[in-house]
Ligand binder design. Structure first.
Ligand SMILES: C[S@@+](CC[C@H](N)C(=O)[O-])C[C@H]1O[C@@H](n2cnc3c(N)ncnc32)[C@H](O)[C@@H]1O
Length: 226
């Protein structure tokens, strides 16, 4: 399933998105299609659509990530979206956060084989030790980890004030925003914004929900009221 077997559209998109690092992306696709499937990290039926539905779809969220940002990818699993993002955007400092030992081992192997300068941390986003270690990120990314309300509660504490959560979502994104906007606000987020990315290169663009972390309100000095 390297780029040789891909359609012309996918090949053009891959070159556009990954540029001179397209071979590195192809090596990641091959790893997912072989060891990733053997180790149960990706379903066998996904192999046919690794490029468009997983790898390219993940990498294009970089459109919403500023140059040189410090990024934490929560719940990376097989490495999505963090690994394609790291390949497409070497300017980013990326941490992959994942609680399951088996998946952490896989991520470490991928990073080594692809020679990617990413950091892998084992833990859950809501754990105190993880918050202490990783807070202040410019951007937190997540795909298929939790509904928006829970995701905001887990991820926004890791984001610096005025930084953002970029959540890759499917067709349910608009409904999730309607349902969860109050919970997002309580978790310290601004109004969630629905956006598409990869429109110029993908047949089906990726849908993301963007949530800015609000700055804390200044506290009034006590005892000064007249
Ligand atoms: C359905 S998988 C999605 C993996 C990957 N993001 C993807 O799109 O293929 C959800 C992942 O989130 C991780 N996860 C679940 N709860 C988490 C938490 N509280 N903090 C960090 N990761 C979590 C799981 O271990 C799992 O790897």
């Amino acid at each position: 399933m390297s780029l040789d077997g891909a359609t012309g559209t996918v090949r053009t998109a891959a070159v556009e998105v990954f540029g001179e690092r397209v071979d590195q992306a192809a090596r990641y696709v091959d790893l997912l299609a072989t060891h990733g499937v053997e180790r149960g990290l990706i379903g066998p039926r996904e192999v046919e659509r690794l490029w468009d539905r997983h790898v390219l779809n993940s990498a294009v969220i970089g459109e919403h990530i500023p140059e040189g940002a410090r990024v934490v990818d929560v719940g990376s699993g097989a490495g999505l979206p963090g690994v394609p993002l790291a390949i497409a955007r070497p300017d980013l400092a990326i941490v992959l956060l994942e609680p399951m030992a088996r998946r952490v081992d896989w991520l470490a192997e991928v990073a080594e084989k692809l020679e990617l300068p990413i950091t892998i941390v084992r833990g859950r986003a809501e754990e105190r030790s993880v918050r202490e270690q990783l807070d202040g990120a410019d951007v937190v990314t997540a795909r298929a980890v939790a509904p928006l309300a829970r995701l905001a509660g887990w991820c926004l504490p890791l984001v610096r004030a005025e930084g953002r959560l970029v959540a890759l979502k499917g067709a349910s994104a608009a409904e999730e925003i309607e349902r969860d906007r109050d919970a997002v606000r309580k978790a310290g987020g601004a109004e969630p914004v629905l956006a598409e990315c990869g429109k110029a290169v993908l047949e089906v663009p990726s849908t993301v929900v963007l949530i800015r972390r609000l700055s804390p309100k200044p506290t009034r000095p006590r005892g000064r009221r007249r």
